[in-house]
Design a protein around this ligand. Structure first.
Ligand SMILES: [Zn+2]
Ligand SMILES: [Zn+2]
Length: 341
């Protein structure tokens, strides 16, 4: 089969390799669609803190089960599925308490194990999700990033009636924004330097957008809503400035959920975190409940996924994916790779 291996940063190589064989408890999936994620982009540049080369990227995907390993129900054969890409130990404290997203021994398909930028990918059968008949491959590949957003919003607690700021209008930020609205946030403000992404944010339901390159968000937010105006923030970039903006803007005693992936340690004003009794709350991936919820939100049309897919590529052209993302900058939100017909 063909696959694309990121053998070293900035070098994605097409390889012909033997077909993978599903082991006990595993299924083999013929990949129909795979999304390129911010994490894959970090990895491509050698800037992801937990992904090293060589790696076949791709953790948000959908396809057809073509083979099953020992102990897996054969009823899965031929089924259209997506998979929760976490490979977990099942034994550590967090696995035992329903939080396998923070398993002590976590590996993720496409991050620390062969991913879905390939004709076939293996996944644990207990992490497969059957697709509704009318869900397209592309939509199914969006369940994974949406589950990230669902988890981030759920971890923040009850957000009904709240005024929420989302820092960063990439795929995750735009999904967090929509989930926050779907869960009852009163006002959602998106802070994003790219004009195309701000526009998309407005189309997807943002009540206000801020361009942080023209006005400091904390100034804009405090002018508009006062020092007590912001109930909750989601940092969806992974840089110093956006954490600091959250710290400066939130009302005392509130939470800043850290969703972004940081390529290096950052300096923020911890004195204000202490003095204002702020909570910096990390969030990683999702549990099964979040994944199921993401599937339901898409199925019920409560979240718009398709407008996020700004670019599409045929699998055979995968090598150009990261060049396109680099050239298009903010105009490329989600690049989706579809199987060669
Ligand atoms: Zn991802
Ligand atoms: Zn574990």
């Amino acid at each position: 089969m063909l696959r694309y291996n990121l053998v070293e940063p900035r070098r994605l190589v097409q390889e012909e390799v033997p077909m993978p064989v599903p082991g006990p408890g595993e299924a083999l999936i013929a990949v129909k669609a795979v999304g390129i994620c911010g994490s894959d982009i970090h990895a491509y540049y050698g800037e992801h803190p937990y992904i090293s080369c060589p790696i076949v990227p791709g953790h948000e995907f959908a396809g057809v089960v073509t083979q099953v390993g020992d102990g897996v129900d054969e009823a899965w054969l031929g089924k259209r599925v997506t998979a929760l890409p976490s490979l977990v130990c099942g034994k550590c404290h967090n696995c035992r308490t329903d939080r396998f997203n923070i398993c002590e021994n976590l590996k993720v398909i496409g991050c620390q194990s062969d991913g879905a930028l390939a004709e076939f990918v293996k996944a644990p059968a207990d992490k497969l999700f059957l697709l509704p008949e009318d869900m397209s491959w592309e939509m199914a590949a969006l369940v994974e990033p949406l589950a990230v957003a669902v988890h981030a919003v759920r971890i923040a607690g009850d957000i009904v009636g709240q005024r929420v700021v989302v820092y960063g209008g990439g795929t995750i930020g735009l999904l967090v924004m929509q989930v926050a609205k779907a869960y009852g946030a009163k006002t959602v403000i998106l802070s994003e330097p790219d004009a195309f992404r701000r526009e998309l944010g407005l189309k997807l339901g943002a009540d206000h957008v801020i361009d942080p390159s023209s006005v400091p968000p904390h100034k804009w937010l405090r002018d508009k809503f006062g020092s007590e105006g912001i109930d909750l923030a989601f940092e969806c970039v992974g840089i110093e400035a956006t954490v600091q903006q959250g710290i400066l803007s939130n009302r005392k005693g509130t939470t800043i959920v850290i969703v972004g992936v940081f390529s290096k340690p950052v300096m923020v004003d911890m004195g204000l975190v202490q003095d204002r009794e702020l909570r910096l709350l990390g969030t990683l991936m999702y549990t099964k409940t979040d994944f199921t919820e993401a599937m339901d939100l898409l199925k019920e049309g409560r979240i718009q996924g398709l407008p996020l897919i700004t670019h599409r590529l045929d699998f055979a052209k995968s090598q150009t994916a990261f060049d396109i993302i680099e050239q298009e900058k903010g105009k490329c939100v989600k690049l989706m790779i579809n199987a060669t017909k």
